[in-house]
Design a protein around this ligand. Sequence first.
Ligand SMILES: *Cc1c(COP(=O)(O)O)cnc(C)c1O
Length: 406
Amino acid sequence: MTQEITLSQGREYLAIPGPSVVPDAVLRAMHRASPNIYAGELIEITRSLIPDLKRVARTEGRAAIYIANGHGAWEAALSNVVAEGDRVLVLATGRFGIGWGEMATGLGAEVELLDFGKQATWNLDQVAELLRADREHGIKAVLATHVDTSSSVRNDIAGLRALLDAEGHPALLMADCIASMGCDRFEMDEWGVDIAVTASQKGLMTPPGLSFVFFNERAAEARARMKRVSRYWDWTPRGDPQEFYQYFGGTAPTHHLYGLSAALDLIHAEGVEHVWARHQRLAEAIWAACEAWGQEGPLALNVADRTLRSHAVTALRIGSPHGTALRDWVTAHVGLTLGIGLGMAPPGDPAWHGFFRMGHMGHVNAHMVLGMLGGVEAGLAALGIPHGTGGVAAAAKVIAGARQAL
Ligand SMILES: *Cc1c(COP(=O)(O)O)cnc(C)c1O
């Protein structure tokens, strides 16, 4: 009698675009008894987090911490500067851009949505036209997703700032960096971003539950002009607390703070610039594999133009039902979990099964990426999905060349 063996026993690898892999140093830092929240180490750690976070966001502005996921940071940021009836412009290149816009609608804002689809970046000419038509400067904020995690499109935030300046439009530039901070180059101050939001569970390598809003002076002035702001979301006491509890509007997220502190130590020990370069090189290895597989058969990168691709997540199209079949196969046989296609087709539509994503954000190195790609290549072969040869070899070649090039 023959019995099928599976090879999934061993350390599991969650390669989805968030939550990302949590480093052992972060897990160890969190494994402790509850600390005192009124005095002692936790207070010092929290104070030290603020400059460490700002160094990752590349800003001299202020930072507010929320006990929330990314959706909470979306709402927090909007709540401080957008009142009921205010107009906001949303530039969408995937599901997350649309989601932030929906959050603004829920707060009573009048949302103007420019939807550029799931495979392209913004058309800045179209944005310029809309801004020019807004002669009264009624648009209070532009909501821009740096990397849309559903499509893996990476957008040009600095280019958008240049456009706002060229048009002389005073709208606040708000950037969603949840998928990009700590992965892709992001320069809040240099790029002229007024408000940036991010969360703990992606490039920042900490379990979900913390999110962050960075804001500059212009944004603080806009906040000061608001008639009222929900007390819990108000960033003013959080960004400049007189008492420790004001950092969090209540009890501190004790263990998360230890974890985040360890994660930021890892980032700063490596160096933010090096972190970005590592993500870029690993992404290039992944693209090389995907391009080789795509020479034959149905697999294709969702974003054709390399310069528009995220370095932290890669969305793929492979045709139904191959996406779901491949994900299921690698989970069962490789101990690897890949991301679902998000927002590419409605759930329930058979087309939904034709997509998947690879997450490569945060605590990821070359052997993990090669292992992930090897698992996918094995899955393509096992399932008889036609594909070009040499995917893993192409990725190894990129990694082999990394030393000279960096
Ligand atoms: C993950 C993500 C979000 C949502 O974050 P949650 O923590 O799931 O609420 C929003 N925007 C982007 C770009 C993301 O990657």
